[in-house]
Design a protein around this ligand. Sequence first.
Ligand code: UTP
Length: 269
Amino acid sequence: MITKTVIPAAGFGTRMLPAAKAVPKELLPILDRPTIQYVVEEAAAAGITDVLLITNPDKRAIEDHFARNPALEQRLRAANKSHLLASINTLLEKVTVRSLHQHEQKGLGHAVLQAEQHVGDQPFLCQLGDTIFSSPLSTQDSALSTLLPAQQLTTAYNDLKTPIIALEKVPPEKVDRYGIIGGQEISPGLFKLDALIEKPARDAAPSQYAICARYLLTPEIFDCLESTPPGKNGEIQLTDALNLLLQRTAIHGVVVQAKGTTSATPPIG
Ligand code: UTP
């Protein structure tokens, strides 16, 4: 049973400047709530009860969003407007949200490494805090409702008991923008991986399946992260650590049903 998620949200978000100068990109709103609230809602819907946010001291507003605000709640109660905070307060009844600071932005892999003690010896979910997933289908018909990646990954883990990476198919002319996997499709939408290549040249990509912001990781990833040297941009890359992990253990990939949107990059597809 997977109960913990780690949500890296400590990056500078330079691709979203100036929008993300004072407001963290993970807090930029979509409809009535900030991006990262959808990420935590996705985890809660998959049965996660323990959320660890990786933030930095300049992004305290993320932590504030997941803390109760008694003065505001009192004011809303008095005005009969408590429903305005219902979505976040209901979420906070389902999950415990803690945060840790990544003091230097040394990359996504380094952000995940901060979670080592908290995670302990159990498998865990990892969700990038700036990416949400939504159904490409009409949700009018509940029979057609789409599973979000957190649910897909935790369900797949129960069968596979290996690390699992969420995948989205991208057009061939866009493979050079993403981390691309190679491997064998052992059943529809399920791959056993043999390669993970960050932004391959178009003619060298082993597939059209891109790593897409959701991972089901086992604690061995921390050993791998510790021995991963800084890579592209001098950052410790999670993809590099996953390549080390692939030498030790099987890793699977699951094609997600939902469609991802990242605040910093155009949607896949
Ligand atoms: P990105 O790859 O988008 O990096 O991070 P970034 O630094 O935030 O943005 P750019 O490249 O400057 O535009 C993907 C996720 O990993 C987190 C980010 O907050 C985002 O949710 N991250 C990235 C960290 O937590 N720490 C880091 O050092 C880097």
